[in-house]
Design a protein around this ligand. Structure first.
Ligand SMILES: [Zn+2]
Length: 133
């Protein structure tokens, strides 16, 4: 059973792996940080947030200082889909932002019958169709 966790990631409870929802590639063990199995692009933030004023004339240009900030882009090794980005000081290790209790997740879904809802969690209730045609 595959449980959607983010827009692009799910956890396969049978293999206990993070998987890409776009190409089905195994990314990393579900009990570990999914980022360990991704491709990482360490970007200069001025490539994304370009200076708004002349960098040759002014010290502060409204662009992030690359000596203080880097942008890490994490992508699927199978299809290249960008899974996550984060802003960190240079040299800072990626944050472990999703730490899933796999045993609790398995228990939560153990009695589930039928297809897993793709966009809603177990505790989200769908209201009846409210608008009229
Ligand atoms: Zn993929």
């Amino acid at each position: 059973m595959r449980i959607p966790m983010t827009e692009y990631l799910d956890i396969d409870l049978d293999t206990e792996m993070w998987r890409c929802r776009r190409c089905d590639a195994d990314i990393a063990p579900a009990r570990d940080d999914y980022k360990t199995g991704t491709l990482v692009y360490d970007r200069d933030p001025t490539e994304i947030h370009r200076p708004l004023i002349d960098a040759d004339r002014y010290e502060f240009t409204f662009a992030p200082d690359p000596s203080w900030c880097r942008i890490l882009e994490f992508s699927c090794p199978g299809c290249g889909t960008m899974l996550e980005t984060e802003y960190l000081p240079p040299g800072h290790p990626p944050t472990h932002d999703l730490e899933i209790d796999v045993d609790a997740l398995r228990a939560q879904w153990s009695g589930w019958q039928g297809p897993v809802p793709l966009t809603l969690g177990r505790d989200v209730q769908v209201t009846d169709h409210l608008h009229t045609h």
